[in-house]
Every structure is written in structure tokens, then in C-alpha cells.
Design a protein around this ligand. Sequence first.
Ligand SMILES: Cc1cc2nc3c(=O)[nH]c(=O)nc-3n(C[C@H](O)[C@H](O)[C@H](O)COP(=O)(O)O)c2cc1C
Length: 397
Amino acid sequence: MSRLVNKHIIVAVSGGIAAYKSAELVRLLKAAGAQVEVVMTHGASEFITPLTLQALSGNAVHQLLLNAKAEAGMGHIQLARWADAVLIAPASANVIAKLAQGLADDLLTTLCLATQAPILLAPAMNQAMWSNAATQCNKKQLQQRGYTVLGPANGAQACGDIGPGRMIEPTQLLEYLTQQFTGHALQGRKVVITAGPTREAIDSVRYISNHSSGKMGYALATAAYESGAKVVLISGPTSLLAPPDVHRVMVENTNQMLTASQQACVDADLFIASAAVADYRPVHVSLQKIKKSATASRLVLELEENPDILATIASQFSHLTCIGFAAETEHVIPNAQAKLACKQVAMMIANDVSDNDIGFNSDYNRVSLVTKTGVEHLETQPKRLLARLLIDRLAQL
Ligand SMILES: Cc1cc2nc3c(=O)[nH]c(=O)nc-3n(C[C@H](O)[C@H](O)[C@H](O)COP(=O)(O)O)c2cc1C
């Protein structure tokens, strides 16, 4: 399965002859399973109609920055946050110059300043424009800032010149983009990740659970896979789709999650406990639905403690690097530090789930990395991006 499945890709098209190739690029991206939003400069729409790119991407094309209607929909900041990658193809000499200067006078350039996603650009222009010292200097600056410059290719140009300046072919761009989601930090490693909530049955129809969506754990599974790892995702009940090429084991309750984790960890290198497990379960599970009593206005449930999955795995598998999540509503850091010490793990990732903007169901998270040597606070960011950052950090462990 393509690594681009469900990836959020912005194809940004600027004003050059090669804009016609962006139609094929969008088509290939869609065929590879990516979600595509197209941004066009005013210049681009002189070369290819937005209607073509709208039809191919399945989404209205974004063209305007200073427009109330556009901002009320998916505005520039939303687009910037949505993106897993921005591919500017073709990138005109003008766009390259504006980006090098940090200008933000249209949607494309503003979006590039606002996004945390990687930006790739495929320059396309007349060979003399490309070789011009100004363009070369701008390109260099962008590369130094982390932009990836793809091409241009050498050859015959639309203007009749021969030389460097042709946009590289859409099939090749697709390959480069795919590589963007193909890391090696965990190459050859096996990673086991728990995600989502667990459910503890009260009777045949009711259960105790929590609001965990599983989004963080699923994002970690994707990021670990993209870093080259073999990934087993042990998931409690959630409506999320299994990430491509990740082996998912669905479980219901905490004991089942522990058993599945023990089985998967035998030959694993890294265990990440991101599931929000039920700490207690009912002592007695009624096989029939508990009926409302005609006489008693109270029902008392007796609960017993569930096993601590993270602590158990850490104590049973000494070869494993174990990482836990500490979802707290108060005293977040001290509580995470206490868990770090008593569970004997390499790192606790602490977050404040009382904050609705970053809590259980949100697409965003803000965490602190708690280790024996200190605490590092990370910025609020989309769980997808945070997952990649965390996997890179954990790979260093
Ligand atoms: C027929 C024609 C073809 C052009 N082709 C290119 C091109 O391939 N690459 C480029 O950088 N500029 C090209 N330009 C110039 C750009 O369209 C111009 O610099 C424009 O301001 C770019 O706007 P944008 O970068 O906002 O899209 C071309 C202009 C014309 C009239």
C-alpha cells in the first residue's frame, strides 16, 4: 500500500508553462490514496483552469487570501495546519524569490510561512532564469531553511532553449513525496503501541470506559511505520481505521490488552503505552442486563484493580525500551514524574486532558517529555506532527 494513503497533501501551483503537469500530479496523488487540496496563484490560473484541478482533486481550489468567504471555509492557517506536506509544482522564479524573502502577499506564500509541514518545491522556468544568480541565491537560502528542492531537469524547453529548468515529471515527484514519509530512524525495529480506551463490562450491555479516541496512538503507529519500524498496534474500541501496513490487534478490556502486549513484546524493541486503560473493573459481571430495581434507588458496583500494563511489561521484558503516556487533569508533571519512577520506564509523556483543546478527542496535543534527567515542554501541535517528532526522539533513545 502506498505510504501516501490518507496523507494530507497541498499541491501549490504557480504561474509557469509547466502548470499543466500539475493536473497529472494531482491525479497520481489521488490514485495513491492521498487527500489533496490545491492552492493556485493568480498567475497559475492563467495557465491552467482551477476547474480542472478541482475536478481531479475532488475539492474546490484555494486561490484567495484576503477573502472573507475563503477564510470562513478552510482558511490559510487551517490549510497550513492540515498539511502533512506542501508540494509547490511548478515553483516559479517569482514564488522562489518571494519565499526566500519571507513575503506573504498571497495565499501560497502565506501558507508556506504558516505551516510546520515539510515544503518541497519543483522549480520550472527558462534555463537563463534558473541560472540567474538571484534565483540560485534564493534557492540556496530556501534549502538552508529546510525546503527540499526537487530538480529542475535538463532538456528542451517550451521557449526553445535547452538547459536546466524543466519541471521534473509528476511520477518522479510522487516518488520524492513518498520518500518524505519513509524514514529509517527505526529501521529493522519492532514497535508495539497500545491505543484507545479499554472497556470493562458491567453486564451484558453496559461497560465502564473513558473518552480516549485513540488518535494519538494511531498517529504514533503511522509515524513509527514511516520510520521503518514493524508496528503492532494493540487497540481498544475505536472507530479509527487501521493505519496502512500496521498490524492491528483489537481488544476490549485491560486484561486482553495486557495479554496482547505480552505476546507482541517478546521480540519487540520499543513499547509505547498510549492507551487510556480502565484502572478498575467490576468484580462481578452480570451475564444478563441488570434490571432497574423496583425497590432500591441505588446500585453499588464493586470494582477491583486492573493490572498496570506499562509497569508489568517494563518489569517482564528487560530488553525493551518502555514509554508511557500520563493523562492527567492536575499536578501533571509531578504525577508523571511519580509514574516514571514507580513504573521504571525510560520516559513518560505527560498531557493535561482537562484542556478540551488538546484533550482526548482533539486532533491537537501538547505534551511534556519527562525523563530522569528533566522535563521538556513541547508546543501544541497536530497529533500527526507530534507523533513524528516523538518517534524521532524515541529513536534516539
Ligand atoms: C507565457 C509565459 C510563460 C511563463 N513561464 C514561466 C515559467 O515557466 N516559470 C517561471 O518562473 N515564470 C514563468 N513566467 C513568468 C511568470 O508567470 C511570472 O513571473 C508571474 O509573475 C508568476 O506569478 P506567480 O509566481 O505568482 O505564479 C511565464 C510568463 C509567461 C507570460
